[in-house]
Design a protein around this ligand. Structure first.
Ligand code: CP
Length: 327
């Protein structure tokens, strides 16, 4: 694997290799000395044309824990404001010796364009391109889901396991969500069943061709007993028109409210004596798609997702730049 552009490109073996390597990286991160020498002398460029907190910071932490040199580039405050193109920006950074370029861009396909170009020989990692994909988010979500799912099945370790039999409910603003798209492909590859619950206005026309079941009522979808509920952020910044009447109406129909939290608290994971879990990629609109009580509940795995982001990004950089799983 030269680049990581889409979860649709990942075989089951590729995905499990990343998740198993991420478990090794999590063990490193739990040590007093959280560093490995595997990328010493290599340079990772973080090229962010869109705002980010979790992804940008965790790629930086991941590269540093692997002893890489890190160059952080943010379009804000750069020569992009003077009209410099993506090509010229990349070639400028390439001249500094990039081995990997992690790119977030508002244009769907930007990462693939960079990977296909002769602007750089570096490995390209898609850190979110428009509404298209966010593969490392889906991988960290899978790492999070796999820990609970494996424990619910009595496994001593999640290593080597897939998500066969798990039912994952994804709720809300699907049409604008690169997180949803990357999750759908990866969850299918790992054997999970995916249910989408969303208003018709927040589903893409292509949803009929996706490997999912669609529900137009969140309460009906919860009644189907999902093992995990993934709430999506309402992406107001990508909404030119009116996709729903107002935030209170959205929350009452599609939000994980305090009342619906009680329903989720009654859901079991498979047939195990273990509760269903709640995920959200962040940043959250508390009180819109998720209540504060749900976000901070015992079933929430939202802070685990952030921690797993560092492990997954360490694994991806390590595998792309060293070519092997040995840590
Ligand atoms: N989940 C996610 O991509 O968050 P950021 O936008 O903060 O990176």
């Amino acid at each position: 694997m030269k680049h990581l552009l889409s979860t649709a490109d990942l075989s089951r073996e590729d995905a499990l290799a990343i998740l198993d390597t991420a478990e090794e990286m999590a063990a490193v991160s739990a040590r007093e000395v959280k560093k490995l020498p595997t990328l010493r002398g290599r340079t990772v460029v973080n090229l962010f044309y869109e705002d980010s907190t979790r992804t940008r910071v965790s790629f930086e932490a991941a590269a540093k824990r692997l002893s890489a040199d890190v160059v952080n580039f943010s379009a804000k405050g750069s020569s992009v404001s003077k009209g410099e193109s993506l090509k010229d920006t990349v070639q400028t950074l390439e001249a500094m010796g990039a081995d990997a370029v992690v790119i977030r861009h508002s244009a769907s396909g930007a990462a693939a364009q960079l990977a296909a170009s002769d602007w750089t020989d570096a490995a390209v990692v898609n850190a979110g391109d428009g509404t298209h994909e966010h593969p490392t988010q889906a991988l960290l979500d899978a790492l999070t889901l796999r820990r609970d799912w494996s424990a619910a099945r009595g496994a001593e370790t999640p290593r080597g396991a897939d998500l066969a039999g798990m039912k994952v409910l994804i709720v809300g603003d699907v049409v604008h969500s690169r997180v949803a798209r990357s999750n759908i492909w990866l969850l299918q590859t790992l054997g999970a069943e995916v249910i989408l619950a969303a208003p018709a206005t927040l589903l893409p026309q292509s949803v009929g061709r996706w490997p999912v079941t669609v529900r137009y009522s969140l309460d009906d979808a919860l009644a189907e007993g999902p093992d995990a509920v993934m709430m999506l952020r309402v992406q107001a910044e990508r909404m030119g028109g009116a996709y729903f009447p107002h935030a209170a109406e959205y929350s009452s129909r599609w939000g994980l409210t305090d009342e619906r939290l009680k329903v989720v608290e009654g859901l079991r994971m498979g047939d195990a004596d273990r509760r269903a879990i709640i995920l959200h990629p962040g940043p959250m609109n508390r009180g819109v798609e998720i209540s504060a009580a749900a976000a901070d509940s015992a079933q929430s795995r939202i802070t685990d997702q952030v921690a797993h982001g560092v492990s997954v990004r360490m694994a991806v950089l390590h595998l792309l730049l060293t070519g092997g799983p040995d840590v």
